[in-house]
Write a protein that binds this ligand. Structure first.
Ligand code: PEP
Ligand code: MG
Length: 621
């Protein structure tokens, strides 16, 4: 299949080996696939505009009109795609397309395009390409990989608008069109894939995805997982140089391996594995449906509420659909990710109210975490404040989390007023949770600010409702003084992601030190146990909301350590409920005690592997 020359991957080398070639990459989406390769080049704004960057001869007003029409038509396409994806994969997965549509309607980019056309007499194409590229580069320069990934989203959305501007013969083929032109289903091979390409591809024509670039948190990987398409990413340049269109590929998404031109025996083994895996998956989905409406509990009936982590309205909806017993962590910093400045209290209250309404009828509290900005989560809308701070050599140890809001108290006052306003207008129980706490003083300062926010709500003629104040346990200081901190708060929630980083002194973003941050590091387990014991002594709930809570075996281990609630990505809820119901609390406690006292991670893992689920795992809760 031919693609537009400007963005086509380099053709395979003439001397490429014709025998089997095994490539190892990153396991991005579980599943097996066997089929012919289709090389695909993603749409890029620079490629689409390559022949049209010359200044325009026609009137600026005409070019401005063309640019606006193209952006509006691309935004409409993206909204239609969001609708389709909501049906196929759920609202959470569709959110990226809604966000891309908003990027194209953002007044900042529209104004910049008008300015480039009027001032530099650029064509509509060149102005759209330049304005979007400027925005993408700003995002790409941010240190957080999550923000950097937004650069690709801007480029993808702009590419769509440029496609709308191109004459019919020069339009770039989408992945869906390329797939439609094939005789049968294929495995797509590319440098990278735009989220819109992945999501709009008809699944019956897309057997698998093999990408030279990317990691597990790229949007292509996230969407492939959500859509159930086997995928391996980060396979390196050999994928593009040594695999030709039509070569057979055997792809194992769970193992992160692709074999190009596999021999007959490998193909037969993969087909066999494929049919048993398919049967297993269908069974798993059917089996898990029953857990949506059950409450989390161990086999012997100890209740363990299973709540959801959410960072958007779509995730709050997914939480409700997956049977979450409340929101255990609302990451508010992500709600304001695309704002220029932090919204005022009323706007924040409206956002919180929408999220609260999405969880109606409430099955548990909504835990709103105050802004956890800084370090790996820079927030552009706070730049007016953060620019006043001195440069930090170690941002993870710097003015982040609750420290930032106590340094610039107006941020805390505004957010707490927004939360108090929303709480005054709902029956749902609202919790406020502080991130990155290290001292009692931080808690007491925030408590004072919460009381003042409640007074301002009362002064507006509303009746403030009680809001429980709790903290994240994510620092060694918080675990060492947990017994003291427990006297000052209504609940704990262990942020195991950061706790592992700080306990093990291993930067959360450092790829080479990932093994040190293993959740079963005895030091991490003991820190969690210490927090759980301190909470139990004061009869306050102790949740875990780090990633480990969503892994069934680790969730069971956490319960054994004394954790009383778990909060996780919405789609992990049913499988974790099922797992907990297959263990007795006493057995979990015994195993957790041994694991926490293990000498090494390997020993702790072996101890955990001894934990055998009881048959017929329904507790009847
Ligand atoms: C954590 O640190 O475990 C946590 C849940 O918070 P975040 O991942 O948002 O830092
Ligand atoms: Mg954290």
């Amino acid at each position: 299949m031919d693609h537009p020359p400007a963005s086509e991957p380099t053709p395979p080398r003439a001397d490429a080996a014709h025998g089997p070639l095994t490539l190892r990459g990153v396991a991005a989406s579980r599943g097996l696939a066997l089929g012919p390769a289709l090389r695909f080049a993603r749409r890029t704004s620079s490629a689409a505009v390559s022949s049209t960057t010359a200044p325009s001869a026609s009137a600026p007003a005409e070019q401005q009109r063309r640019a606006r029409e193209a952006l509006a038509s691309a935004a409409a396409e993206l909204r239609a795609l969001a609708e389709q994806v909501t049906q196929r994969a759920g609202a959470e997965q569709a959110e990226i397309f809604e966000a891309q549509a908003m990027m194209l309607e953002d007044p900042t980019i529209l104004d910049r395009i008008d300015e480039l056309i009027a001032g530099q007499r650029l064509s509509a194409e060149a102005a759209v390409a330049q304005a979007s590229e400027e925005q993408a580069q700003e995002l790409a320069a941010l240190p957080d990989p999550l923000w950097q990934a937004r650069a690709a989203d801007v480029r993808d959305a702009a590419g769509r608008a440029l496609n709308a501007l191109a004459p019919a013969h020069a339009r770039q083929q989408t992945l869906a069109e390329a797939l439609a032109a094939q005789a049968g289903p294929v495995i797509v091979l590319a440098a990278d894939l735009a989220p819109s390409d992945t999501a709009s591809a008809p699944p019956e024509r897309l057997l698998g995805i093999a990408l030279a670039q990317g990691g597990t948190t790229s949007h292509a990987a996230i969407l492939a997982r959500a859509l159930g398409i086997p995928a391996v990413v980060g396979l390196g340049p050999t994928l593009l140089s040594d695999v030709a269109d039509g070569d057979t590929l055997a792809l194992d998404g769970g193992a992160g391996q692709v074999i190009a031109r596999p021999d007959a025996a490998t193909q037969a083994a993969l087909r066999q594995a494929q049919s048993s895996a398919q049967a297993g998956q269908a069974q798993e989905q059917a089996r898990l449906v029953v857990w949506l409406n059950r409450a989390g509990a161990t086999r012997d009936g100890a209740p363990i509420p299973i709540m959801a982590n959410a960072s958007s309205l779509a995730e709050a909806r997914a939480a409700a659909a997956m049977g979450a017993e409340g929101i255990g962590l609302l990451r508010t910093e992500f709600l304001f990710a695309s704002s220029d400045t932090l919204p005022d209290a009323e706007t924040q209250a409206r956002l919180y109210a929408e999220i609260i309404a999405a969880c109606d009828p409430p099955r548990g509290p909504i835990t709103i975490r105050t802004l956890d900005a800084g370090a790996d989560k820079p927030l552009p809308s706070l730049s007016a404040f953060t620019s006043q701070l001195p440069a930090e050599a170690n941002p993870a140890l710097g003015v982040r989390g609750v420290r930032l809001q106590l340094r610039f108290t107006e941020l805390l006052h505004t957010q707490l007023e927004g939360i108090a306003l929303a709480a005054a207008q709902t029956e749902t129980t609202i919790h406020v949770m502080l991130p990155m706490v290290t001292t009692v003083d931080e808690i007491e300062a925030a408590r004072q600010a919460l009381a003042e926010a409640q007074d301002r709500v009362a002064a507006r003629g509303l009746t403030p409702r009680h809001i429980a104040l709790g903290i994240m346990i994510e620092t060694p200081a918080a675990t060492l003084t947990a017994a003291t901190l427990a006297r000052h708060v209504a609940f704990f929630s262990v942020g195991a992601n950061d706790l592992a980083q700080y306990v093990m002194a291993s930067d959360r973003l450092h790829p080479d030190l990932a093994a040190l941050r293993a959740p079963t590091q005895p030091a991490v387990l003991r820190a969690i146990q210490q927090a759980a014991q301190a909470g139990a002594a004061r009869h306050i709930p102790v949740a875990v909301c780090g990633e480990m809570a969503g892994e069934p075996a680790l969730a069971a281990l956490l319960v054994g350590l004394g954790v009383t609630e778990l909060s996780m990505a919405p789609n992990r809820i049913p499988i974790v409920k099922e797992a907990l119901a297959s263990y007795r609390l006493a057995d979990l406690r015994a195993v957790a005690e041994r694991a926490a006292n293990a000498e090494t991670v390997a020993d702790a893992n072996r101890i955990l592997a001894d934990l055998t689920p009881l048959a017929d795992g329904f507790s009847g809760a």
